[in-house]
Design a protein. Sequence first.
Lengths: 410, 360
Amino acid sequence: MVYMKMKKLTFTSFLLLFASLVYAQEQFQKEFQTQFIMVEDGETIELPTGTFNLTTSLWLDGKKNITIKGAGRERTILTFKDQASGAEGIKVTNCEKITIEDLTVQDTKGDCIKVQETKGITFRNVLVEWTGKPNKKNGAYGLYPVMCTNVLIEKCEARGASDAGIYVGQSKHIIVRNSKAVNNVAGIEIENSLYADVYENEAIGNTGGILVFDLPGLIQKKGGYVRVFNNLIKENNYKNFAPKGNIVAKVPDGTGVMILATNNVEVFDNQIINNKTLGTGIFSYYMTEDPITDDEYYAYPTGIYIHDNTYERKRSKPTGKGRIGLMFRFKLKFGKDVPDIIYDGIKDAEKLDENKQWKPGYQICIKDNEGAEVVNIDAENDFENITFDADTYNCALNGFEKVILGSNQE
Amino acid sequence: MKKITLLILAFLSFCVSSYLTVHEEKKEGLILKPKASLSAYGFFKGDLKELNPAEGMLPYSLNTPLFSDYALKARFIKLPDGTGANYDAKEVFEFPKGTVLIKNFYYFNDFRKPEKGKNILETRLLIHEESGWKAYPYIWNEDQTDAFLEVAGGSKEISWKDSDGKKQKLNYLIPNMNQCKGCHIVGKEIKPIGPTARQLNGDFEYKHGTKNQLIHWQETGYLKNLPETEAIPRIFAWNDPHAGTLEQRARGWLDINCGHCHRPEGPANTSGLFLDYHTKDPFQLGIFKTPVAAGRGSGGHNYAIEPGNPDKSILVYRMASTDPGEMMPELGRTLVHEEGLALVKEWIQSLEAKDFEVKE
């Protein structure tokens, strides 16, 4: 009898314990969000050690000089697996000089951390991830600064994004360094963004390692002056799990670096290893076969300089999936020996002189790459004249400058 | 064993309570600026829950309101004595400093029998302060005697009987201050959304009879420079098939539900999709427009709107979703607005692909 009673009591205590835990979690949600709203300019929001199960995005708006700081990437974990409202984990809008560091955001319904219209945003030592196997139900972006200036991403890591792990869109003055992107559809993506340095990162096991894209229909029309260097871009052969309709759903598995319609991009000193389909692809937007309804949009990649990279590739078949898969099987027929650098050959006649040579500044220059074979697949003429003439691209471009993040830069 | 459990429990509750105490102090100072309770403003006379407007408070309604999980809204506006707003054909009227917009969200206990009483959940204030508009959420207490400012928002379990007598229940979400701003921001500033000429251009049942709201506002001095009636734009009631064309009603619904964000100056401008009433370009309106950052919100479809094919349009997919990672609008609802969805689908069905030339 006594034993029974005790058992009962213990059970009740456990119930109580459970109830207070739930209570505590709800309370943290409220307390964190209140801090995000009430924090004064110049202050730091310190998030304590612990795993916090949050159900609504934490939103910071209209603040200056704020640091959101966890106790460490393994210690402060904000998990959103039970998220009920707001698509992001953390959202920052209309701020200046914000730093987010030393924490993990995971399993959000939408993007992990979205930062919009902010001048000066630093992500440092932040892990953003979707746990479990990569899944199309995962949110789109891990780190997602958009329409920002002075973006610094360092020592961060992104895993499992169904679009891009680290994505910088419609922004200016950007550095992404010492970071890691694993098992995302796109590892690191720079889209419609100007002046970006992407270096000393690891992009491993994504569908596409590093993407530099310019897309139509956006507010910031043009990207460019992007430098991608000293990165390890390896085995990006993961099957594409992006939901259809999104541009990255068209990126073939096995893509190391892809430049899509961006102008003035320099790719150098990278290790581009065992990406089975496109070690590096230089494509116009026409390759997407999507209609262009934006009159101001420029669809051709020009001013591209690929040099001093190391390419390695195991003899193997490229992707067999999608339109690109069909292209490889029925048009290009490279078998298992797929060239490392593939240029679509679709040129803007206005950028060519009377000898069909590029006017200065608009060339595609490819040289001094170790182990690289270059091909022009002549997509413009239904792949009729596929050429391996590396000399065509033996030129150099200058005008690329180091990105300096300054508080007064526009 | 019992001892240990109790110890853990005690320790835990100590942690929680000490954490709360520390943070409670921090909160204290902030609540003082805007008033802590709704009653303190004196907007209503008598029993607060009856929402009887005090002197100078004007009730109003919109032709096509934003969907908020089927909640009903009692709206009021108060301008400082002797002031009036400036008419604007396109944007929200220019209201003087000191203006307050008051929106009360409630459900009838039984939508078939309003006399059985209502449950007011929250009251949102937009106050035009010296430094600009500010948004404050107030949450009503269980006794319905008052509502209290809660900057971090909250949630409430509620239930009601709908117009078919079916029992409905919902975890109703009350936005935090930043979420308020998330919808109300235009450029860098908070702005009201509802009180535009096109939305107020309709009749309202005042105590002393029915009248066009704009004319009434002009007569009370709340509105200046109202042009001739024919020159005033109008959104028709989204749910009145006899008012306006299908396109006008669908565009009106999209304008109020989406257009505050999806406009060139709104926070959803990153997408390049503009659903406000003034957008004319079919591509910007989403016709044959591919998504930018929709993620799984695309639902596997290629275009925001595929003319003649609502079920292959991303717009429809996201309106029909209740998953926070996919649904649109992303805030302010947990349910699907089935009737609004049907309207937009009908409109997309009526569009013909051949009318929208695609540039190659």
